[in-house]
Design a protein around this ligand. Structure first.
Ligand code: ZN
Length: 364
């Protein structure tokens, strides 16, 4: 506890009432994001966007948001992260009825354009934040991205939207970017793209062992990037208390020492309690609390520069509830509290193991 407290000295809770309700939140939404389809009855379906859109309208949250019309990424921007051969492979699917990229990832005639616009939506959101047109962005994009490798589509993902966001920031001179990935699946693509770099710190909580198979505690980055890949592999059944404690005891101290200049979140909601694609028990309130912690970090460490990018989340009611709580938190966040640190949780042994394993890189 004392050791942990000492790291809060880097983070000063100093939010005045003026900060409340002053944040401008931007979303990107586009018809192309619902035109991409993997095929009949596929869980990664356009309904995912429809249900979030319904939530925003039914709750009238939409009226409080700035709606961004996303641009397309350029080929050059895609090549920041992906190989030219892979870009051409995805481009070659344009206009074709159906092309299988792996056993559960396929394209329709619109998928290439959707993927270019999804990535472009992330890059444009970053520009809007840098120019202070908005404070926080949440591009509601399909297809998702974090499984996409530099040269390969995987797990419903074509271009790696979050990695392209980080690559774009690097090209603009940023040198410390924090990616937080709370999707139930490990973000293998994101990890591999940046694992030899200390300019991008990748932090991931995920079910393990599970699809895609990567994300063990021993994967800590390579060469210059050692210590800048932080994997928190979790057994099934972890819920709000475990995730919150992991964020408080592992993420906050590491982020405080890393001092990111921008925070990107791979926001996957398949760690939701009723999502059939994962075995975790995170509730909508739990996602709200994780969002609070992330906003808190961004406000204290990088002038609030924060972007959420939609990844997984396949229970449609859950997606409605979880994104509702996240948007309410983004709009109404005041300040977080850190009162739960002494409660024991099912993740305590994992937390201890991570701290020991990473003690050569970070202080806890
Ligand atoms: Zn997922």
């Amino acid at each position: 506890m004392d050791a942990l407290k000492s790291y809060y000295q880097y983070i000063i809770i100093d939010l005045t009432s003026d900060d409340i309700n002053m944040r401008k939140i931007g979303i990107s939404i586009d018809e192309l994001f619902i035109k991409h389809e993997n095929g009949f009855d596929h869980p990664e379906s356009p309904d995912r966007i429809y249900v979030i859109n319904d939530m925003l309208n039914q709750t009238e949250i939409i009226q409080k948001l700035k709606i961004l019309k996303p641009r397309d990424a350029t080929k050059q921007e895609i090549l920041n992260v992906h190989t030219e051969k892979y870009y051409e492979r995805i481009k070659s699917t344009k206009g074709k009825e159906k092309v299988f990229l792996d056993q559960d990832t396929s394209t329709n005639p619109f998928s290439f354009d959707a993927a270019m616009r999804a990535s472009g939506g992330v890059l444009q959101s970053i520009d809007e934040i840098i120019s202070k047109e908005i404070d926080i962005a949440f591009p509601l994009v399909r297809p998702p991205g974090h499984h996409a490798e530099a040269d390969r589509a995987m797990g419903f993902c074509l271009f790696n939207n979050i990695a392209l966001g980080a690559g774009y920031l690097l090209s603009k001179g940023f040198s410390r970017i924090l990616i937080i990935d709370f999707d139930v699946h490990h973000g293998n693509g994101t990890q591999h793209i940046f694992e030899d770099s200390k300019n991008v710190l990748f932090f991931s909580t995920h079910q393990f062992p599970y699809y895609p198979g990567t994300g063990s505690i021993d994967e800590k980055g390579v060469d210059q990037g050692q210590g800048y890949t932080v994997n928190i592999p979790l057994s099934t059944g972890m819920g709000d208390a475990e995730y919150i404690k992991i964020f408080q005891e592992i993420l906050i101290p590491i982020a405080a020492q890393y001092k990111p200049e921008f925070i990107l979140v791979s926001a996957g909601f398949d760690s939701f309690i009723d999502d059939a694609m994962g075995g975790m028990n995170v509730t909508a309130e739990g996602f709200a609390k994780l969002t609070e912690i992330v906003i808190y970090l961004s406000e204290q460490l990088c002038d609030g520069k924060l972007i959420f990018v939609l990844e997984g989340g396949y229970n449609l009611n859950g997606l409605w509830e979880c994104t509702n709580k996240v948007f309410e938190t983004l709009l109404n966040y005041n300040k977080t509290d850190s009162n739960n640190l002494t409660e024991s949780t099912k993740a305590d042994s994992t937390i201890d193991e991570i701290k020991k394993s990473y003690s050569q890189f970070w202080k806890f």
